[in-house]
Design a protein around this ligand. Structure first.
Ligand code: 9YT
Length: 132
């Protein structure tokens, strides 16, 4: 059994700065759960290009407003509190927070190791660096 609080994780090396976002990675690969779990803030007024080629991700919006655009077909889906989006096809997308920061709960399979930030394609590499 493992118990962690958001506050403790925020004040540790689990708090990762992505520029247009920050992510508190509360559960990681070394917990051996088969997925990782993060609380992510997407900053108001930003657009982030993302393409998780190596991971499946699902994202639940707890607060804030924005939208996600899938690049293959140009479809735009609004995001509001209560919205879950599921990138079941490793969908390349643009993530925008519009009128407020968005607070998101994110799950990744396979789990992240800890220090990943987006590469030039908006992806995370597999077997990237673990936390120190
Ligand atoms: C929603 C999303 O993918 N944001 C980028 C950060 C990511 N959630 C992460 O690394 O925790």
């Amino acid at each position: 059994m493992i118990v962690r609080t958001l506050k403790d994780c925020e004040n540790s090396n689990r708090n990762i700065d992505g520029g247009t976002w920050k992510s508190v990675r509360m559960l990681l690969a070394d917990d051996n759960m088969g997925f990782s779990f993060h609380i992510t803030t997407i900053f108001k007024g930003t657009e982030t290009p993302i393409w998780y080629k190596n991971h499946l991700e699902s994202v639940y919006c707890m607060s804030g407003y924005g939208e996600i655009e899938t690049c293959d077909d140009g479809k735009v889906y609004p995001i509001e509190p209560g919205t879950l989006y599921i990138l079941d096809k490793n969908d390349k997308h643009l993530l925008r927070a519009t009128t407020e920061d968005m607070e998101m709960a994110c799950v990744f399979n396979p789990p992240l190791n800890g220090k990943e930030i987006h590469d030039e394609d908006g992806a995370y590499k597999l077997n990237d660096e673990t936390l120190a």
